[in-house]
Design a protein around this ligand. Structure first.
Ligand code: ADP
Ligand code: MG
Ligand code: ZN
Length: 479
């Protein structure tokens, strides 16, 4: 049998963090007492009319630019009709035929490869309420606070090839949403959710019939759901069967997908243009000005860090995912005063650990890019040892100040006096006969051992780079 391949398309819903809801003045907040952030408009009472919150359009356009989309000058809201208790109006105002943004792409790094994932569309719509099962009565409680909370839905083309690519794509989308400040992306508050479409086909054949997984509540659940679906469909195809076009519910607890509906009972939403709202008209100038507000985005940073600076993906991600860390790193790298690699190591290591442990931002510490550069360069030049560098960094973070002053105050300057180092080198060579012989036989890592002995003997004061030079010179002469 020919090799099978899988493709995945994602529909990502992100709640926007506007101050008010999409069609009324109710506050857009999470966690209020049930049914306190509601009004006749978001409850769909007869006689009320929606008004579109302009911020919602601005935010969607920003995301459209971030994902390289075409932004439509004219788009339209439509009614999607269905009955469900979390939707008091019995229709959701969404966008069907003409979304606000379409035909974009996002470049992500998968391993060392840049992959271009097509974006079919981004549209705006309103969220529905929340249903809670009540154990006391066995009934269902409705909380309508979420009705009318603005959402964007980002729909990809079926361009993702594995669960790994899907996870990287989702992480990138979340990172971008946070960067441009339009969504809080709190998974546990349900502010970012996705539907997952999966199909399997024979290599070089057209794409297979897809199944859509609903109820995917976390990125890790998306990964598990995709893998489960690929396996399920692979088994069907391998045993000669046909995959049916289905909507399935992902049951993360039991790690399986369950049939919700098939083609015969597919829902018909009876879309029609929303009669209570006019077209959304955006002029080129305002579309362009929203583009100018965008910073360099994390996916572009990651590609730059990997391709130009030689960081690996996870290092690049840790730095780029936080605007603050990225700014710190970019400033160090641009200064030309230290090796970017050395700044990256400290940011990914100690600085990230400090931020995670303390919950503080870099701006709340004494650390600046300039002093981090000074520190890296002092370590590179051998002015201070690596353990000395750690002490200086701790000081910079907790108290602040100048790297040079701290090195001075803590007495961390290494001894690079050549007389001192030559004597030290002689001493080490004299009492490490075996390593010296190993080195001469071509075991180059013996040199590291010898330097280490010197550091020990000098209680960390010797300049390791200079000591190494002197040792090499001496060993060459002895040959
Ligand atoms: P619907 O409105 O039923 O959700 P769409 O045409 O909007 O359908 O497609 C939804 C998603 O399905 C998109 O993310 C798209 O990439 C994905 N998709 C389409 N065809 C396939 C396929 N053969 N395999 C996997 N995903 C697919
Ligand atoms: Mg869908
Ligand atoms: Zn309201």
């Amino acid at each position: 049998m020919t090799e099978l391949e899988s493709v995945i398309g994602l529909e990502v819903h992100a709640e926007l963090n506007t101050a008010t809801k999409i069609f009324c003045g109710c506050k857009n907040v999470f966690g209020s007492e049930a049914n306190t952030e509601i009004c006749p408009v978001c409850m769909g009472l007869p006689g009320t009319l929606p008004r579109l919150n302009k911020k919602v359009c601005d935010y969607a356009v920003k995301m459209g630019h971030a994902l390289n989309c075409h932004i439509n000058n004219v788009s339209r809201m439509d009614r999607k009709n269905y009955f469900y208790p979390d939707l008091p109006k019995a229709y959701q105002i969404s966008q069907a035929d003409i979304p606000i943004c379409e035909n974009g792409f996002l470049e992500i790094m998968v391993g060392s490869e840049v992959r271009k994932i097509g974006i079919e569309r981004i549209h705006i719509e309103e969220d529905a309420g929340k249903l809670l099962h009540d154990d006391a009565t066995g009934g269902t409680l409705c909380d309508y606070n979420r009705c009318g909370v603005p959402l964007i839905e980002i729909v990809t083309r079926p361009d993702l090839k594995s669960s790994e690519e899907a996870r990287i794509f989702l992480e990138m989308i979340r990172s971008i949403l946070r960067y441009i400040g339009i969504s809080d992306c709190k998974m546990q508050e349900g502010s970012i959710r996705c539907d997952v479409n999966v199909s399997v086909h024979e290599k070089n054949a057209p794409l297979g019939v897809r199944c859509e997984l609903k109820n995917v509540n976390s990125f890790s659940a998306a990964v598990r759901g995709i893998e489960y679906e690929i396996n399920r469909q692979t088994q069907i195809i391998s045993s000669g069967g046909n995959v049916e076009r289905e909507t399935r519910r992902w049951d993360d607890r039991n790690g399986m997908s369950i049939l919700m509906r098939n083609k015969e009972n597919a829902q018909d939403y009876r879309f029609f243009p929303e009669p209570d709202l006019g077209d959304i008209v955006l002029d080129d100038e305002s579309i362009e000005s929203l583009n100018n507000e965008l910073p360099e985005l994390p996916n572009a940073k990651i590609i730059r860090y990997v391709k130009v600076h030689g960081l690996n993906y996870s290092e690049a991600f840790v730095i780029a995912d936080s605007a603050e860390k990225a700014a710190l790193y970019d400033e160090c790298a641009a200064s030309g005063k230290c090796e970017p690699r050395s700044a990256a190591n400290r940011i990914v290591g100690e600085i990230t650990k400090f931020m995670n442990d303390s919950g503080k931002k870099i701006s709340e510490t004494g650390l600046t890019a300039q002093e981090l550069c000074e520190l890296c360069s002092a370590a590179e030049k051998g002015v201070i040892s690596s353990s000395g560098a750690k002490k200086v960094l701790d000081e910079l973070i907790s108290v602040g100040g100048k790297t040079a002053d701290i090195i001075e105050r803590l007495g961390l300057v290494q001894n690079s006096d050549s007389g001192f180092l030559t004597a030290l080198a002689d001493e080490i060579i004299a009492c490490s006969e075996r390593s010296v012989n190993d080195y001469k036989k071509g075991k180059s890592n013996s040199l590291g051992y010898l330097v280490g002995q010197g550091m020990k003997a000098s209680k960390g004061k010797a300049d390791p780079a200079k000591l190494k030079e002197i040792l090499m010179e001496k060993l060459k002469q002895e040959e």
